[in-house]
Design a protein around this ligand. Structure first.
Ligand SMILES: Cc1ncc(COP(=O)(O)O)c(C=O)c1O
Length: 465
C-alpha cells in the first residue's frame, strides 16, 4: 500500500473532529469567559514513542481548549484586537491545507494572489498604484521594514549601501512624536537605537505631532539624512499626524516618511472627513489586517512607493534564488524566505465583503465605542478621560479626591476585577501621566447588545470596589 495514502486514510475522521471542535468553540464563545486569567498547564515530559492521536485530542479538548480566550469574540476589547470573519477563518483553514510557500514565483499562482491582494488593498485605502508591497506577520514586522527602508534610503543619500556595508558611517536622525512601542522596538532592531529618537512635541492634550516643533527640530539637526515616523491613529488617543505638512517638511529636508497606520488607516474607507490626507505621498506605510480587517493572526501589510529600496534592504544574496522574471520575488522584499499563503484570507475577505461590507463593521465599531464612551461619561462611578474619536474608549473609576498613586491603584484594581468577571476584556494604558483602562472595539461581530453587557459589567464591578 502507498504509505502516503495510508497516512491520509483518516482524513475523514480528522475533518469530523475538526468540524466538531471548531463548531463547539465558535458556538460556545458567547457563554465563555472572555479571558482566562488563571491558567494551569499539566506538566509532562516529551513523549518518546508518541501518543495515540485520540488521547492527544482528548487532552486538547479537556485541558487546553477550556483555557483559551474568546479573543475572536465581540467582547474582547483589549489592545486593538480584531476577530476573524467566517470567510477569513475558512480561508485560513485552507491555507494549511494548501501549504504553499510564497518565497518565489515559478511553481504556483499563489504569489500572483498576493500581488493582486496588495493592489486591492491600495484601492480599498484610496492609495495610488505607485504603492506596492507585501503581506507581513503584523504591524511590528511592517514597522521593521519601514525602519530598514528608511535606513537604506539614508545610506543611498550618503553613498553607502547599508545592507552590504553596515551603518557605521551613517549620519542619520529619526524624528517622531508618539511612535507605537513596536516602532521603537524595530528602530532598535534596525540599529537606529530607539534612545536616539528625536522626540517631537505633541499638540496640547493630544498625541498628534506639533509640526511647528518638527520644523524647528529638522532645521537644527546636523544629521545628513532625516527620517520621520508619523502616526495615523495612535494606539491610546487614536490621534492622527498632519501628513500634509509633514510631507512638505520631508520634501524640504529630503527625509523619508514612514507612517504607522496599523488600524487608523481604516478611517480612510469611511465617508466624510479624511484625517489621513497626505498618506498618498509618504514613503512607506504599515497596516494590520489582523486588526480591523478581521482576518486571523498573523497578517500585516507593508506598502511603499520605493520598492527598489525595500528590495535593496531585503534581497537574498544567493544566485540560485535570483528572480527569473522581471518582478522581484517576495523573499527579496521581506524578512522571511519561506512564507505562508497569508494573502488568501485577505484576498477572500476583500472579494466577499467588498469595501462596503468592511466599512459597515468599521462604522458599527465606532458607533459602539461612542455609545460606551457616552455611558461612561454619564456614570457617577467612572470618568471618561478623553473624548472617544474613533474606536478606543479611555476611562477609569471615579478618582476624585485621590492622589495620583491612589488613583492609579484604584484603576489597576478595577481593571483586574473587570477582566476577572469575564464578560468583557480590557487592557491598561497611560493618558497624560494617568493610568487608564482602554477598551478598543475592532471586532466585526460587536453589536449594541455587547456594549450593554459591558456597561452592566462595569457598573456591577463599581458597586463591589
Ligand atoms: C498603531 C500600532 N502599531 C503597531 C502595532 C503592533 O501591531 P502587531 O501586534 O500586529 O505587531 C499596534 C498594535 O496594537 C498598533 O496599534
Amino acid at each position: 500500500m502507498n504509505p502516503r495514502k495510508s497516512d491520509w486514510q483518516n482524513l475523514d475522521l480528522l475533518l469530523k473532529s475538526f468540524a466538531q471542535i471548531s463548531s463547539n468553540f465558535i458556538y460556545d464563545l458567547d457563554d465563555k469567559k472572555v479571558a482566562e486569567l488563571d491558567v494551569k498547564l499539566i506538566e509532562s515530559h516529551l513523549s518518546e514513542a508518541g501518543h495515540d492521536f485520540a488521547d492527544v485530542l482528548e487532552h486538547l479538548c479537556d485541558n487546553i481548549i477550556p483555557q483559551l480566550s474568546a479573543s475572536r469574540g465581540p467582547r474582547y476589547w483589549g489592545f486593538v484586537t480584531g476577530g476573524a470573519t467566517p470567510v477569513a477563518t475558512f480561508a485560513d483553514w485552507l491555507v494549511s491545507t494548501f501549504d504553499q510557500n510564497l518565497s518565489k514565483d515559478g511553481d504556483s499562482i499563489a504569489s500572483e494572489i498576493e500581488r493582486q491582494t496588495i493592489r486591492w488593498l491600495c484601492q480599498l485605502f484610496n492609495l495610488p498604484d505607485s504603492f506596492d508591497g507585501l503581506i507581513t506577520t503584523g504591524a511590528t514586522a511592517s514597522n521593521f521594514l519601514g525602519a530598514i527602508c528608511a535606513r537604506q534610503f539614508a545610506g543611498r543619500r550618503q553613498g553607502i549601501n547599508v545592507a552590504q556595508a553596515g551603518m557605521a558611517n551613517l549620519s542619520v536622525e529619526v524624528f517622531s512624536a508618539t511612535p507605537h512601542a513596536s516602532m521603537l522596538k524595530t528602530l532598535g532592531m534596525a540599529g537606529l537605537g530607539y534612545k536616539n529618537l528625536i522626540k517631537v512635541d505633541c499638540l496640547t492634550g493630544s498625541e498628534s505631532m506639533d509640526v511647528a516643533d518638527l520644523a524647528y527640530r529638522l532645521q537644527v539637526s546636523t544629521a545628513q539624512t532625516k527620517i520621520i515616523i508619523a502616526s495615523v491613529g495612535t494606539v491610546t488617543a487614536t490621534d492622527f499626524d498632519d501628513l500634509m505638512t509633514i510631507n512638505q517638511l520631508a520634501e524640504r529636508y529630503d527625509a523619508w516618511v514612514h507612517v504607522d497606520g496599523a488600524f487608523g488607516i481604516f478611517e480612510r474607507i469611511l465617508e466624510g472627513e479624511n484625517l489621513s490626507n497626505g498618506l498618498e505621498d509618504v514613503h512607506s506605510i504599515t497596516l494590520d489586517s489582523h486588526k480591523w480587517l478581521n482576518v486571523p493572526y498573523e497578517s500585516g501589510v507593508f506598502l511603499t512607493r520605493h520598492l527598489d529600496v525595500l528590495f535593496d534592504s531585503c534581497d537574498v544574496p544567493a544566485p540560485y534564488l535570483a528572480a527569473e522574471g522581471d518582478k522581484p520575488e517576495f523573499m527579496s522584499l521581506g524578512l522571511e524566505n519561506s512564507r505562508r499563503f497569508r494573502a488568501l484570507p485577505v484576498w477572500m475577505t476583500l472579494l466577499t465583503y467588498g469595501k462596503q461590507g468592511i466599512a459597515s463593521w468599521v462604522k458599527r465599531n465606532i458607533d459602539c465605542a461612542k455609545l460606551l464612551a457616552d455611558n461612561i461619561a454619564q456614570s457617577p462611578n467612572y470618568e471618561l478621560v478623553n473624548d472617544c474619536k474613533l474606536n478606543v474608549v479611555l476611562f477609569r473609576p471615579t478618582c476624585s479626591g485621590l492622589d495620583q498613586q491612589a488613583a492609579d491603584e484604584k484603576t489597576t484594581q478595577a481593571m483586574k476585577a473587570i477582566n476577572q468577571d469575564g464578560r468583557i476584556f480590557v487592557s491598561p494604558g497611560y493618558w497624560q501621566g494617568k493610568k487608564v483602562i482602554r477598551a478598543a472595539i475592532s471586532n466585526w461581530e460587536t453589536q449594541i447588545v455587547d456594549i450593554e453587557i459591558g456597561i452592566a459589567c462595569l457598573e456591577d464591578i463599581a458597586s463591589k470596589l
